[in-house]
Design a protein around this ligand. Structure first.
Ligand code: NAD
Ligand code: USQ
Length: 398
């Protein structure tokens, strides 16, 4: 299949592009490299050294004999270039990773809130509008987030995208319909993913655009079978207080002897998936595009749920580390339960890798190898959700 990978220079996009290429798909990456500039803005670098896009593509050609194309386009703002590319490529599928993906980055200040909404919604809207304008039958595979469901403790296995509701009309007769599961975003970033869902719902109904929305959990791990084939193919690894996600951060913290940063009670339960499963899920979603017509297909792209405090204990016991609890910079529940269905991806053949598979030790090895690239000053999370959270962390003097 001809596949465009928007955001293909990023943490999930790069290994997914390689995996699709390895499996015979004709891949072109579209990325404006803004994520690399965010590292400069934040004064931090990926734990792992990452090659430039041209070095990455050359290395992949040398190890696989396969070509990957690249277009430097800002999908959110350069609509005309996006249309030209779609018109010439006429892709069977577009995988859309090209959004600002950090919750703390999205909550830093007004400029970052505005950037996140502007970038994420315009990227999604531009892509869909361009596909409709060109009359393409391209299947869009979008990366959403498990966080759109929110973290209420209701003893339910979260369904995949929709909730069937029944309600009485004026005569008392009952009606039933599927609605998007009510969203409860916990950050401006998660809000942007909730709003994306409405764009997809509208354009699928109005124009018949075929969309799969993958509600992905927190991705952990770094390398995949493809990125391991050459040091120039190495994937990025974020550990800093803005872009680092919880389990990967704990592994790096353990590797450099920094006490694990558990926010608040650590009672938050979240959904997780290993990056090796992410790339497989993306391929399964792309290759099953013919199934999609009419209603947006939502699949929960997660394989397990864990409580933050349990993860900290596991990392501390496995790798040896001190566990610290720090005042939570985020406005979020101290504690929640979470369980979700993932039948659709299992039905397509996903065989989940779980945390117990010994990959944690391999991650720690990578972290130790590049420990000298870690700037411990960048570890604390300093993006506060609101004034109360800032005061709770920094005290009344601020
Ligand atoms: P990332 O920041 O590493 O990659 C995103 C890529 O998109 C970057 O290379 C960036 O330069 C590019 N990009 C952003 N805006 C763009 C624009 N306007 N035009 C062109 N390129 C643009 O993020 P990631 O971790 O790879 O996440 C990819 C997607 O998956 C995101 O949509 C994210 O919300 C979703 N997701 C990620 C995780 C996770 O744990 N990393 C979990 C669930 C969902
Ligand atoms: N946390 C800690 N200590 C840390 C970092 C985080 O206790 O050092 C806690 C947070 O307070 C939060 C939980 O761990 O309760 C998860 O935080 P995270 O930064 O690992 O994940 P999150 O902000 O939810 O965002 C990440 C990705 C995002 C994706 C989302 C999937 O950055 O792109 O959408 O995971 S989900 O969480 O399912 O919505």
């Amino acid at each position: 299949m001809r596949v465009l990978v928007l955001g293909g220079d990023g943490f999930c996009g790069w290994p997914s592009a390689l995996h699709l290429s390895e499996h015979g798909h004709d891949v072109t990456i579209v990325d404006n490299l803004v994520r690399r500039r965010a590292d400069d803005e934040l004064g931090v670098q990926s734990l792992t050294p990452i090659a430039t896009m041209s070095e990455r593509i050359q290395a992949w050609y040398e190890v696989s004999g396969r070509q990957i194309g690249f277009a430097d386009i800002d999908v959110a703002h350069d609509y005309d270039s996006l249309v030209r590319l779609l018109d010439s490529a006429r892709p069977d599928s577009v995988v859309h990773f090209a959004e600002q993906r950090s919750a703390p980055y999205s909550m830093k200040d007004p400029a970052h809130k505005r950037y996140t909404i502007d970038n994420n919604l315009n990227a999604t809207n531009n892509l869909i509008v361009a596909i409709i304008a060109l009359g393409l039958d391209t299947h869009v595979v979008h990366l959403g987030s498990m966080g759109v469901y929110g973290y209420e403790t209701v003893p339910v296995d979260l369904p995949e995208g929709y909730l069937t509701v029944s309600y009485p009309d004026r005569e008392g007769e009952m009606h039933s319909r599927d609605i998007l599961y009510p969203t409860l975003p916990g950050s401006v970033y998660h809000l942007s993913k909730s709003l994306d869902q409405l764009l997809f719902q509208f354009y699928a109904r109005n124009d018949g655009v075929r969309v799969t929305d993958l509600h992905q959990g927190i991705v952990w791990g770094t390398q995949t079978e493809e990125t391991e084939r050459d040091p120039r193919l190495m994937n990025r690894f974020d550990y800093d207080g803005d872009y680092g996600t919880v389990l990967n951060r704990f592994v790096v913290e353990a590797a450099v002897g920094y006490p694990l940063t558990v926010h608040g009670s650590g009672g938050q339960t979240r959904a997780f998936i290993n990056v090796r499963d992410t790339v497989r899920c993306i391929r399964l979603a792309v290759e099953s595009g013919d199934e999609v017509s009419g209603q947006v297909r939502v699949m929960n792209q997660m394989t397990e749920t864990h409580r933050v405090s349990t993860l900290a204990r596991l990392v501390a016991d496995t790798l040896g580390a001190e566990v610290n609890t720090v005042a939570n910079p985020r406005q979020e529940a101290d504690q929640n339960e979470l369980s979700a269905r993932n039948d659709r991806l299992l039905g397509l053949g996903l065989e989940p890798i779980t945390l117990r598979s010994g990959l944690l030790e391999a991650e720690a090895e990578l972290a130790r190898q590049f420990a000298d690239r870690v700037d411990t000053k960048r570890i604390p999370a300093k993006s506060y959700w609101n004034k109360n959270r800032r005061t709770a962390v920094e005290g009344d003097s601020v």
